[in-house]
Design a protein around this ligand. Structure first.
Ligand code: ADE
Length: 228
């Protein structure tokens, strides 16, 4: 998968893709993330990418020309499956969307900043608007990093143990069960006996029970869509 991220603050995205699972995905050649500095596409001598909002009001707005220039240049090289805009008024990002996006080939992710982008960018170029939650960040960069991380780890063959993504929280509308590792006892706190039993079927049953219990307690809303 190839992901182009467009931002006016590229420094914010210098590191998040270069560690852990996303680094491994890139080394395996399964993921390529390229960050583009919007200023490189500025159309005037001042390298300006934002301007005051028509009609007044506080906050700057990202201009359409640099964004259009950047997206058009990218589109000359590849066909994109989605052109995503990160914005707090977008569709709430869920695991289901991450699953779907992880099977695509080419994505553009545009990060808003300040008051956002000129509305005409959204009309002309954007195919999907995503929000990572009901709060406002200073810009879309950290949100884009969240989306790339969530998608990247789901790309087929990225995780070495294929089942580990399948047992994530939310993957089947349930929260993940508790997990333990050595030591089997810490200051009198014991790991549940069943996990030490080696009885695979009983362990699976216990994990499902725990998932259901945890989901019922913490996120009963998720169970509305759960088929028993
Ligand atoms: N940009 C600013 N806040 C955001 C949010 N909550 N989700 C996505 N992009 C954003």
């Amino acid at each position: 998968m190839h992901i182009d991220v467009i931002t006016c603050v590229p420094k914010l995205l210098e590191s998040p893709f270069n560690h852990s699972i996303l680094l491994r995905a890139q080394k395996k050649g399964l993921l390529e993330v390229v960050v583009h500095d919007l200023r490189d596409y500025a159309t005037n001598n001042q390298k300006q990418v934002d301007d005051y909002a028509f009609g007044g009001g506080a906050g700057m707005v990202l201009m359409i020309e640099p964004i259009a220039k950047c997206i058009n240049a990218l589109k000359e090289k590849r066909q994109y499956d989605e052109v995503i805009y990160m914005t707090p008024d977008g569709k709430k990002f869920h695991q289901k969307t991450a699953n779907r996006l992880s099977l695509l080939n080419n994505l553009i992710i545009l990060c808003g900043h300040y008051k956002g982008v000129d509305e005409r960018v959204r009309e002309k170029f954007i195919t999907l608007e995503l929000s990572i939650g009901d709060y406002v960040l200073s810009g879309g960069e950290l949100a884009a990093a969240v989306v790339v991380d969530a998608i990247g780890r789901l790309i087929p063959n990225v995780l070495s143990d294929e089942t580990s993504a399948l047992t994530d929280s939310f993957q089947d509308n349930l929260l993940a069960p508790p997990v333990y590792t050595r030591p089997a006892e810490y200051e009198g706190m014991k790991v549940p006996e069943i996990l030490l039993s080696g009885h695979e079927a009983n362990i699976q049953e216990w994990r499902l029970e725990q998932s259901l219990k945890r989901t019922q307690e913490r996120r009963p809303d998720l169970l509305d869509g759960y088929e028993l």
